[in-house]
Design a protein around this ligand. Structure first.
Ligand SMILES: Cc1cc2nc3c(=O)[nH]c(=O)nc-3n(C[C@H](O)[C@H](O)[C@H](O)COP(=O)(O)OP(=O)(O)OC[C@H]3O[C@@H](n4cnc5c(N)ncnc54)[C@H](O)[C@@H]3O)c2cc1C
Ligand SMILES: NC(=O)c1ccc[n+]([C@@H]2O[C@H](COP(=O)([O-])OP(=O)(O)OC[C@H]3O[C@@H](n4cnc5c(N)ncnc54)[C@H](OP(=O)(O)O)[C@@H]3O)[C@@H](O)[C@H]2O)c1
Length: 447
């Protein structure tokens, strides 16, 4: 049996491994010439250990029944219909490459950027290498209280020596090194108890070598609903609050830069004449909604913070592919437990979803393993009960090359990998990333 998996990020790779073990031949497609999704283009460059998971994926790729087709975009180079004619099962592992919108005046002023794009830029994603970020300003506001917001804040204050030891894209190193930023303000719309940070990431802010972390003790005063939530919270939330209290209590160490965490503040407008000059904030209080979720409710008080740069880090969002059922409200492929369904919730034959495009943009790399296991279990159940597709055509490499003449094989990726790590070695860096699509293809073809 043959399966096509679209997207070579963690969810695509975990699914690949499980389907190979179940006896499928697997073709893994990615729009980029390079594999690994957000492990290459999302995970912060100063967290190289996290990227070690690619060794597991590389082992999976050695299987005799595995083929990689990089640089092949689903929905453009190849269509859903073409895949369904050729595979018993098609698994969408597309990730969620777009960003949520604040929906406030001034959101698109120059100087206001989505974290999705900033992250892709510093990580050398070839579709995002031409962005421009003006870091000649003194204060940046990062909106959102998730781990991506922390990554962004940390990258903005990483000292040059630490930055140069990473695989940050060279174009980004040059801009980040020349930064004049003195202060990064992280803005959460809810309180410290509701922040989505995890402990190691929050703790790392306190270990920055060039920036003090500043928390106003008044910002940590909890309302009764948050007190009650904290009393029943898991260890992550409890420790987050402890870490924040530690920051509020400790005197600044005299570093030249500051990362300031502020809570209970929602941006209601970005202000400026032709570019961002300030963010206007509603000051919130916490109130329980009917379903028990603690919400941010504006108190009517407002404040403005002057800043020349805004990074909006309020979550990723899936992109609709024509023909594939899409839940536009949630920004996901319509699915029930991984089976793609139509608008009457009827499963479509041989179509599955996995990872962030299945369940939404949250969870760490490992979360996608369990998620892949769930989707694969349903796929195998459908196989055992004769509910998979009945393809009539084989997928030959010639067919793929007809559709995408520059398609990159696993051997092509190995060339890129060797080239990049070879450039990095004498500099003490894990790799120097190639950031232009044409160059990636040239190197892929080099041997
Ligand atoms: C900025 C950031 C930092 C993170 N840091 C960490 C961390 O330190 N540790 C951790 O454990 N987790 C981290 N995560 C979470 C982790 O990256 C995700 O859980 C994981 O990558 C989701 O996997 P995925 O396969 O669903 O999606 P992705 O990793 O996004 O992979 C999707 C793949 O699909 C491809 N694709 C998309 N559209 C098409 C198309 N039309 N045709 C063909 N291919 C397509 C993309 O090119 C991509 O390769 C981070 C996430 C972000 C956003
Ligand atoms: N080192 C790591 O392990 C690492 C690094 C990066 C990312 N990740 C993971 O990747 C996933 C995605 O991370 P993420 O940071 O993008 O998402 P996230 O954890 O969901 O955080 C999104 C943040 O945006 C806020 N937000 C949403 N809409 C908003 C609005 N309109 N106005 C103001 N704030 C708004 C949310 O607040 P509310 O809570 O109020 O909605 C939340 O604080 C997470 O699971 C994360 O843990 C892990």
């Amino acid at each position: 049996m043959r399966a096509a998996i679209i997207g070579a990020g963690p969810s695509g790779f975990y699914t690949t491994g499980m389907l190979l073990s179940a006896g499928f031949a697997v073709d893994l497609y990615d729009a980029l010439p390079t594999p690994f999704g957000l492990v290459r283009a999302g995970v912060a460059p100063d967290h190289p250990n996290i990227k070690a998971v690619t060794r597991v994926f590389t082992k999976t790729a050695k299987h005799a029944s595995f083929r990689f087709f990089g640089g092949v975009e689903f929905g453009k180079d190849i269509t859903r219909e073409e895949l369904l004619e050729r595979y018993h099962a098609v698994v969408y592992a597309l990730g969620t490459s777009d960003d949520n919108r604040l929906g406030i005046p001034g959101e698109d002023l120059p100087g206001s950027h989505a974290a999705t794009k900033f992250v892709a830029w510093y990580n050398g994603h070839p579709h995002h290498n031409d962005h421009e970020y003006d870091l000649s300003v003194s204060r940046a506001a990062v909106i959102g209280n998730g781990n991506v917001a922390i990554d962004v804040a940390r990258m903005l204050v990483l000292p040059p020596a630490e930055l140069r030891a990473t695989d940050t894209a060279d174009h980004a190193i040059d801009v980040l090194e020349a930064s004049k930023l003195e202060e990064i303000v992280l803005l959460g719309r809810r309180g410290p108890v509701q922040a989505a940070f995890t402990n190691p990431e929050l703790r790392e802010l306190g270990e920055l070598t060039r920036a003090d972390v500043i928390v106003d003790p008044a910002d940590l005063a909890l309302d009764p609903a948050s007190e009650a939530m904290l009393a029943e919270a898991d260890g992550t939330v409890t420790r987050n609050v402890e870490i924040l209290r530690g920051y509020a209590a400790r005197p600044p160490r005299g570093h030249p830069q500051r990362v300031v965490l502020k809570f209970l503040r929602s941006p209601i407008a970005l202000l400026g004449d032709g570019k961002v000059e300030a963010v206007r904030l509603a000051i919130n209080r916490i109130e329980a909604s009917a379903d028990g979720r603690l919400q941010a409710i504006p108190t009517g008080e407002e404040e403005e913070i002057a800043c020349g740069l805004v990074i909006r880090s309020i979550g990723y969002r899936g992109v609709e592919i024509p023909g594939v059922p899409f839940d536009a409200r949630r920004g996901l492929i319509r699915n029930l437990g991984g089976r793609v369904v139509d608008d009457t919730d009827t499963p479509l034959t041989g179509e599955y979803a996995v990872g962030w495009i299945k369940r939404g943009p949250s969870g760490v790399i490992g979360t996608n393993k369990k998620d892949a296991a769930d989707t694969v279990a349903r796929l195998l159940e459908d196989r055992d009960e004769g509910r998979l597709g009945a393809p009539e055509l084989e997928t030959t490499e010639d067919w793929v090359l007809e559709k995408a003449p520059d398609a990159v094989s696993w051997a092509g990726w190995a060339n890129i990998d060797e080239h990049e790590t070879g450039l990095g070695a004498p500099l003490g860096r894990p790799r120097v990333k190639l950031v232009h699509t044409a160059e990636l293809h040239d190197v892929a073809r080099s041997r």
